[in-house]
Design a protein around this ligand. Structure first.
Ligand code: GUN
Length: 315
């Protein structure tokens, strides 16, 4: 039987609707809308799309999104200057530095800029202070994609307590924080990565499998226990027709999408997994919309705190 599809687009819309009253209250109290400053360095096409999506989501909700763009030739000092300007600004509640940064900025650029952000404006939750708070189970800003995954699981009534969760991928942005959050919710968590031995067998033990490794269709049915919940965090754009045809069954409507657009978005999970999993997030329309919705939640929370509301620590 085909897996239940976990509709991230619908859940994200619910979360945004729930935010409207809070946005209005902040706007009234501050005499300006909650405001997010985004720094985008370089011209990575995927980052352009993500930043546009975040801007549009903010506009639709009545937030202000202030995007500062720097060319890929910009120095790290110049980028840091923008972050410091956002830190000092009384008109910016939240700050986000879009990753990845151009490689010319050096390997430590991302961490340097994340650490330059005022932790009370760090809506991405990547500052070591916020990551440490998350590790201690008293987060102020938790990273958006992991928070979105937890919202998606909760709102889909998927039990976490006592369940075996396997996370494939150990990134700072998704793998590590989502593992901590699942642990705090009493799941038994295993984190796997490229050096893990016998990955399919480990993954097959999972009641909840999170695929966040960034390799298209890597997680096949061999990795999935029948009936498991599979969360696909990957967003991979495929342009090779042979590869696309090898992944999709003959007659799949997604082949027409590919023919029309010349590319297809696929996750880290093979489409055939829908025959084995009990519940599955689609790509697109699964985790992606939740990431953006949780960024809106964190920005409103930052605005509420800058208005003097008490800091709320979460698990
Ligand atoms: N690049 C991919 N995902 C993210 C994210 O959640 N935040 C930022 N800042 N950059 C990203």
């Amino acid at each position: 039987m085909a897996a239940r599809l976990l509709d991230g687009t619908r859940i994200a819309a619910d979360i945004r609707t729930e935010l409207i009253a809070r946005v209005e209250a902040c706007t009234l109290a501050a005499q300006r809308p909650p405001t997010l400053g985004i720094l985008l360095v370089g011209d990575d096409p995927a980052s352009e799309v993500y930043v546009n999506t975040k801007s549009k989501a903010g506009d639709a909700l009545g937030l202000k999104v202030d995007v500062v763009r720097l060319p890929k030739t910009a120095t790290l000092d110049k980028a840091k200057e923008v972050v410091c300007r956002f830190n000092r600004s009384q008109n910016h509640d939240g700050i986000l530095v879009q990753a990845p940064l151009p490689s010319a900025l050096g390997t430590i650029a991302e961490q340097t800029l994340f650490e330059a952000i005022d932790p009370m404006k760090d809506v991405d939750g990547f500052h070591p202070i916020n990551f440490g708070r998350l590790a201690q189970g008293r987060s102020v800003f938790a990273p958006c994609t992991p928070s979105g995954i937890l919202e998606l699981l909760d709102r889909s009534c998927i039990n976490l307590k006592g369940q075996r969760a396997v996370v494939i991928g150990r990134s700072q942005i998704v793998g590590k924080p989502v593992a901590l959050m699942l642990l705090h919710r009493h799941a038994t968590v295993t984190v796997c990565h490229s050096q893990t031995r016998d990955l399919p067998a480990l993954a097959r033990d999972a009641d909840i499998l999170i695929a966040a490794l960034g390799r298209p269709a890597f997680v096949t049915s061999e990795f999935v226990k029948p009936g498991a919940t599979v969360i696909d965090v990957g967003v991979n754009r495929l342009v090779d027709e042979t590869i696309v045809k090898s992944l999709l069954p003959l007659g799949s409507p997604r082949l027409q999408t590919f023919a029309r657009r010349g590319s297809l978005l696929v996750g880290d999970v093979h489409p055939a997994v829908s025959e084995t999993a009990g519940a599955l997030t689609p790509v697109p329309g699964g985790v992606g919309p939740l990431t953006v919705a949780m960024l809106m939640v964190n920005t409103v929370r930052a605005a509420e705190m800058s208005l003097g509301q008490a800091v709320q620590y979460r698990g």
